[in-house]
Every structure is written in structure tokens, then in C-alpha cells.
Design a protein around this ligand. Sequence first.
Ligand code: KG4
Ligand code: ZN
Length: 341
Amino acid sequence: MLILGIESSCDETGVAIYDEDKGIVADVLHSQVNIHAKYGGVVPELASRDHIRRTVPLVREALAIAGIEGDELDAIAYTAGPGLIGALLVGASMARSLAFAWNCPAVPVHHMEGHLLAPMLEDPAPDFPFIALLVSGGHTQLIKVEGVGLYELLGESLDDAVGEAFDKTAKILGLGYPGGPALAALATKGVAGVHKFPRPMTNRPGLDFSFSGLKTFAANTIRSCDDLNDQAKADIAYAFEEAVCETLAIKCRRAIKETGYKTLVVAGGVSANIQIRKRLTEVLAEFNGEVFYPRPEFCTDNGAMIAYAGYLRFKAGETSGLEIKARPRWPLTELNAAGLM
Ligand code: KG4
Ligand code: ZN
């Protein structure tokens, strides 16, 4: 069984092919970083226009890498949401049209389900049930996962997502877009103990998060800094990252105690962060548990996770009709168990 996956929810066009027997056999990506960098963030209209330019060439490239023709595909999966509506519509209409032309079904995929299931492309893969920590530019969620589509929200950010906090703090520090990786790189040069940032919402019960205060704390720290030289910036980046790591660690520890599950899956763009990986690996070791991450290139947006989530949904008998499905807002918990659409 061969499934093509198309991702276009934000600023990356990703196309991949999943082979039921061999796994991912093609995975190509075009990042729009250069287009948006000069604006300091994603410009939705420019994102949509670039997806239009990139999708068909990437599909051709993926087919060539896999050594197959389009009409050999069993289904075409595409990101139907959540994301930027214009960007989603490009991928969705291309996927639906290609499926029509090649006479195969189209499978709409939830972007965050793609992220959540991406660690299952690795070896070893996690077994259900597990706790998922989804940390991306738009989401910070702790989810109890019992199977594909069996998701119970344990907690989420009440304001900024972790990735958003990374990006905004990076911007205040004068780092380029995308800020997360730039801030993480700068933090490696920071000195421990110079600043102590708060660990938001950890002194009250529950599994919700709040990250917008960290950005404000960073702004205030910068303001009170007499000489904002490179070392001073690195120290702030270090303290910010440390606060994020510690906050996530505290909440994950709570989620493990609450559910009794000892498997943690961490996914989404921010799961590429090395310090977060390190800290959460330590937390799971406290419980003799195990933590699973996608390989770094499958942490941020990619076509492989969409092809794989689409494969699981298609195998369970799910396809859509001729409709082009795109939902900018789409809570993960609205999904049904695979096969019960
Ligand atoms: O999953 P993703 O590619 O797109 C969304 O679905 O949002 O996540 C992008 C987010 C951005 O906020 C980016 O700054 C952040 O992930 N990110 C990182 C790192 N790599 C990407 N944040 C911290 N450290 C990193 N190494
Ligand atoms: Zn994403």
C-alpha cells in the first residue's frame, strides 16, 4: 500500500510517500524561511502563493525518488487543518485534484495528529497507551492517548504556545525568524544562575500552561540590563530555555502520576529542542519510563507525518468524498477513533 502525503498548513511545503512494507520511501520539503524572514514572521498570503509554486514539483520529485507513477498510489493524504486557511486550501485542492486524476481516494489529516503519530515512524516506536506532549508554534498540549483518534486533553496553554514564546522572546532579543532554533543556539553560550525566570502555573494544581509571561519577563529583564551585549543576551536566552524545560518537566511529571502511564511521546517543532529532550528524558528515567521523539526533521512540519497519519486512517477505512476539506481551527479532541468516522 502506497500513500502520498501533502503538508501545507503554514510555511513549509512537505511531500512524502509512505509504503506499508518499507516505511517512508520519499520525503521532500521546501521551507519558506527566506520568504518570511524579512517580515519577522509568516505572511499568510505569501505562504499560500509559494505553496502553489512548490507543491506539484515536490510531488513529481517524491514520485521519482520512490520510483513510482502517480496512478500506483492507493490514497493521497493531505493536511486539512488546523493552520492558515489559504495555505491549507492550496494543499487540500492539489491533493483532492491529484486523487481525482489518479482515481484514488483522498484522506484529510489533522496536522496535530500527524505530529502526535510521527514518533511511530521511528524504531523503536512507542506502544499505546501513552502521554503525548505536543509543542509547536501554535499548540502546547498534554494528551492522554489510548489509540489512533482516542485523545483526551489533559491540559493546554491558556495563552501563547511554547514555540510562540520562543519566537517572541527571540524577536525581543533581536534574533531572526524562526526564533526557536536561534534562541536555543544562543542559550548554549549562556551562563547558568545569572537570571531566574518564573515557572508559570507550576505552583497551582492542574496540567494547563501559560507562556506569555515568560516573554514579558524576558522583555523586563532586557530593559533592566545596562549593557545588552552578546553575553547578556545569551544569559537571558539560557534562563528562558531553562524555565521552559523546567515547566514542561513539572507538568509531565504530574501527567505521569495522574495517568499512571510511563510512556511519553514528545512531538511538534519545539520537540527538536535539545535541552527539552534532555530534561524530559531525565524525568521519565525517574519513573523507569521511556520517552519517544521523532527524528529532528520530523519534529517540525513535514509530509512524512501526514502520509503516515493518512495511512493509518485510510487503513481503518476512512476516506472523504469529492469535498476539499480545510479547517483553520480544528480541536484534536474532535477526532474520532480511527475507523469510526
Ligand atoms: O511544528 P512546527 O514546525 O509548526 C507548527 O505546527 O507550529 O513548529 C514550529 C515551532 C516554531 O515556533 C519554532 O520556533 C519552534 O517550533 N522550534 C523550536 C526549535 N525548532 C523549532 N523551538 C525551540 N528549539 C528548537 N530547536
Ligand atoms: Zn506543525
